[in-house]
Design a protein around this ligand. Structure first.
Ligand code: AGP
Length: 603
């Protein structure tokens, strides 16, 4: 949510910033803006709407300069408008600020400043940062930023420029991501790697309460005591092309198609070499009497799938909690609990809060994260990384699939350590997991059926997803995927629950997507199918169970054979394609669905 890009160097800052902001569009935004350092002033351009509108406004204005900050805003305080867009300036136009996060005590600070005669122009919480910075400014920007940071309550990643300090950018963060990139022609601040990947793969991750001072040839780091700190850069292995659409109409389709490789790389990282393998091998599961998995959205759904796999293989009790609930429920966890946190971004505010809550109760934390150096990756006791590469589309696909395989591999290793499965069983299960990339590839080689089927589904008002056991878990993800990008109302239910209420919603013009990979439950789900058909519904049946009697009410998408435990990885592919093609046929903005942000960094 919100994106920050800043540059100080020898090249023209405007195109670098605009291009960087475009790479952050996936984070979700409703307006944008930039400020370029000029000799006597800041050139500030802000515009409600898409970045194309900002570019149109920039055209013909001849703004040039080699130091600047830019921002994409996802409105929290104050409607999307030109004036509420960032950067914000203090009333003396001396300090310019871009902000990602929420300032919880902005009202108190604003009241104090207004009493001193300072006039605010926007409705945002962020303007208070520029105003208070200007108010505190004593000729030393580092001093000022420390003082400002100490006055702020809430979360922030900030990019700051001061008119009195030419060719200098300041960056500071607390509870929101910010990275510093260094290159030969200049240095960068950004909310995420894709924004600067074209220029550099050498990146410093700012920790909370660290400040970076960037100039053309150098970056210095300080803590809030104004002491210099030494940081080591990370080298990002993602290629610049991985953040491009590469000829696909949408990032989502590109990312769906990348899944065979992502699965292969992720499985390889966990069973052949490296840190993932070591961690999976070394976590001593016998120390724990329960596992709690907590996450948000699709990552939560991956956790629901994992519950079935862990319980089946390890015979250990597993609870799955939405992170937004876990953080406030006074959860019963202690040092004998392994808390698994799942997050693509590693920056989701609720998941971070859940992690800190679990740690405060002495639980051991293990995270599954995609973004290197992110907060969750850094703060958990153990972190295993999905090898999904940058995921740009708001709707997660490849990161979800990579999370699933890491969870399966964890479950298999835990089960083996707990003596619940033999050496041979372990080998067999791992062997089957290694067949997943090929099976996924086969599904992706033949998308015509699901594409045609989806094209006929754009008129449905409601689509229900049903399954039993692990098929129910993946039905949750199918339903989430569809609603977030197609805006069609959808719900997922356990098949057995239909008659306890939801079936009253089933009528003519309802589509029910039924998933069936659990052999022992196939007849049960087919009874549910009959029940909804007799009430006028049409059914899309997805699975590897025997097809049975098809008719004009049931369409069947077969999945490759395999054990039910890993079938969610295959169901997921068809469900992702279904959602994608429904949304594509509706002509929607698939990569940036309305109201959504890729990384939900505020509560
Ligand atoms: C999935 O398609 C969603 N966009 C969303 O539910 C997402 O999974 C959730 O916000 C969690 O994000 P994270 O994995 O980055 O923590």
């Amino acid at each position: 949510m919100c994106g920050i890009v800043g540059y100080v160097g020898s090249e023209d800052a405007v195109p670098i910033i605009v291009e960087g902001l475009k790479k952050l569009e996936y984070r979700g935004y409703d307006s944008s803006g930039l400020a370029i350092y000029g000799k006597n002033n800041f050139n500030v351009i802000k515009q409600k709407g898409r970045l194309a509108a900002l570019e149109a406004k920039l055209e013909g204005r001849c703004i040039s300069g080699t130091t600047g900050i830019g921002h994409t805003r996802w409105a929290t305080h104050g409607e999307p408008s030109d004036i509420n867009s960032h950067p914000h300036l203090g009333s003396k136009n001396k300090i310019a600020v871009v902000h990602n996060g929420i300032i919880e005590n902005y009202k108190q600070l604003k009241d104090r400043l207004e009493k001193k005669g300072i006039r605010f122009v926007s409705e945002t919480d962020s303007e208070v940062i520029a105003q208070i910075a200007e108010h505190y400014y004593n000729g030393d920007l580092l001093d000022t930023v420390i003082r400002v940071s100490n006055a702020l309550e809430g979360s922030y990643a900030l990019g700051i420029m001061c008119l009195d300090e030419p060719d200098t950018l300041l960056a500071v963060k607390k509870d929101n991501p910010l990275i510093i990139g260094v290159s030969d022609h200049g240095n960068f601040i950004a909310s995420d790697v894709p924004a600067i990947l074209k220029h550099t793969n050498k990146v410093y991750y700012l920790n909370d309460k660290e400040i970076a001072i960037l100039q053309k040839g150098c970056v210095d780091f300080f803590n809030f005591e104004k002491e210099p700190i030494k940081k080591t850069p990370e080298i990002i292995t993602w290629s610049p092309e991985s953040a491009e659409k590469d000829g696909y109409p949408h990032f989502m389709l590109k990312e769906i198609m990348e899944q065979p490789k992502v699965l292969k790389d992720t499985i390889h990282s966990a069973i052949h070499s490296g840190e993932n393998k070591n961690i999976i091998k070394n976590v001593n599961i016998s120390c724990f009497n329960k596992i709690v998995i907590t996450a948000c959205g699709s990552a939560y759904n991956a956790g629901v799938v994992a519950k079935y796999v862990f319980e089946k293989l390890c015979r250990l009790s597993v609870e799955v909690e939405l992170a937004s609930e876990f953080r406030y429920k006074d959860a019963i966890v202690d040092k004998q609990t392994l808390v698994i946190l799942i997050s693509q971004s590693g920056e989701t505010a609720d998941t971070i809060a859940a992690m800190r809550e679990a740690k405060s109760k002495n639980a051991v934390t293990l995270s599954i994260v995609n973004v290197l150096g992110s907060t969750i990756a850094k703060e958990t006791d153990f972190c295993i990384y999905t090898a999904a590469g940058p995921e740009i589309a708001v709707a997660t696909t490849k990161a979800f699939s990579a999370q699933l395989v890491l969870l399966y591999l964890l479950a298999i290793n835990f089960a083996h350590k707990l003596n619940k499965i033999s050496d041979e069983q372990k080998d067999e299960l791992i062997e089957e997991i290694q067949t997943l990339p090929e099976k996924v590839s086969a599904l992706l080689d033949d998308v015509k059926n699901i594409q045609h089927y989806a094209a006929d589904c754009i008129g449905y008002k409601s689509i229900f997803f049903i399954g039993r056991n692990i098929d129910y878990a993946i039905a949750l993800e199918g339903s989430l995927k569809l609603k977030e990008i197609s805006y069609i109302h959808s719900e997922a239910y356990a098949g057995g629950e239909l008659k306890h209420g939801p079936i009253s919603l089933v009528e003519e013009n309802t589509l029910v997507v039924a998933i069936s990979n659990c052999k022992h439950l196939h007849n049960k789900i087919m009874s549910n199918v009959e029940q909804v058909i007799s009430r006028g519904a049409k059914v899309l049946l997805i699975g590897n169970c025997p097809q049975g009697e098809m008719n004009d009410k049931i369409s069947f998408m077969p999945l490759p054979e395999g054990s039910e435990l890993f079938s969610p990885s295959l169901s997921a592919i068809v469900l992702q394609l279904f959602s994608y093609y429904v949304a594509a046929n509706k002509g929607l903005d698939i990569d940036k669905p309305r109201n959504l942000a890729k990384s939900v960094t505020v509560e």
